[in-house]
Write a protein that binds this ligand. Structure first.
Ligand code: NAD
Length: 283
């Protein structure tokens, strides 16, 4: 049985690790915070123990700081056997990912960045879109594992390419969510019904993932429970804005949007869902 190491059993990591177990992988997993873990996942006491016998190790951590804390601070990189493929599936910073790949290569550890889109539902159903960066040979080795987690496994380019596109995707997504909130609030104050407006927009050019998924499923029912934190979204927007600036693009809209999300983060509780930006705007 193929052994897979897994670090980060949060909202996304837990259902992803459970899918690997269901597909027949032996999963050795670690998370810094203790929680109830479903049967079938071997939880290790120490993060370095996830490396034992593992051909691949998946990281599903909040950001690049956590990735480096695990690999360098807690010593996981030094514990990986030469030839191991390390797969960073969280949304990390592309330039830090490239630097990490170079350090990993010194130990003959291969790095593939493979961030995901599709939310907690996609993680549970195995329908995530996986945006990868890395060498083709490395991706080929872990493709069966990735296909257990997502229906679409796309190679975008060398290492860091997946993390770059994931951040840019989320900058677009966050901007769509906010502009939808402004537009629908104006429509509502003008006397229009939100559901009727959405039905019309979803057959028109203003539609997006926000109008097709987030509004009907998390905003209109008032549950605000997509499972993706507001601060994680803001982190991705900042990565994208920085990336745009580094390439010489002046991301004026992106920066303005990130500033609004940053205001919201100051006023909403630490665990706020990203869809609560709508409630913040309405209030
Ligand atoms: P989460 O906060 O629910 O989970 C992160 C987990 O990492 C937590 O359980 C935390 O205890 C653990 N962790 C943090 N630091 C650690 C350390 N040093 N050692 C071991 N474990 C540590 O976050 P999430 O929603 O699962 O998101 C994970 C990543 O996926 C993020 O980069 C996020 O941006 C991205 N993402 C999330 C979603 C979503 O819908 N939630 C969708 C796509 C991408």
């Amino acid at each position: 049985m193929t052994v897979v190491g897994f670090v980060g059993l949060g909202k996304m990591g837990l259902p992803m690790a459970a899918r690997l177990v269901a597909a027949g992988y032996r999963v050795r997993a670690y998370d810094i915070s203790r929680q109830t873990i479903p049967e079938g996942i071997d939880v290790t006491e120490d993060v370095t123990a996830v490396a034992e016998g593992a051909e691949a190790v998946v990281l599903m951590l909040p950001d690049s700081d956590a990735v480096e804390a695990v690999l360098d601070g807690a010593g996981l990189l030094a514990a990986l056997a030469p030839g191991t493929v390390l797969i960073d599936m969280g949304s990390s910073q592309p330039l830090r990912t490239r630097a990490l790949a170079a350090r990993a290569a010194e130990r003959a550890v291969r790095l593939v960045d493979a961030p995901v889109s599709g939310g907690v539902k996609g993680a549970v159903d195995g329908t995530l879109t996986i945006m990868t960066g890395g060498d083709q040979d490395d991706l080929d080795r872990v493709r069966p594992l990735l296909e257990t987690l997502g229906g679409r496994v796309l190679r975008l380019g060398p290492v860091g390419a997946g993390h770059a596109l994931k951040a840019l995707n989320n900058l677009m997504s966050a901007t769509h969510l906010l502009i939808t909130a402004e537009a629908l609030l104006a429509g509502q104050r003008f006397g229009l019904d939100p559901e009727t407006m959405l039905a019309a927009v979803n057959g028109s050019s203003g539609r997006s993932g926000s109008t097709e998924n987030k509004w009907p499923n998390f905003v209109l029912p008032g549950t605000f429970d997509s499972g993706f934190g507001l601060r994680l979204m803001l982190k991705d927007m900042r990565i994208a804005v920085e990336l745009a600036e580094a390439t010489g693009v002046a991301p004026r809209l992106g920066r303005a949007c990130a500033d609004l999300w940053s205001d919201a983060a100051e006023h909403l509780p630490p665990a706020a869902d990203h869809t609560e930006i709508v409630r913040w705007l309405q209030e």
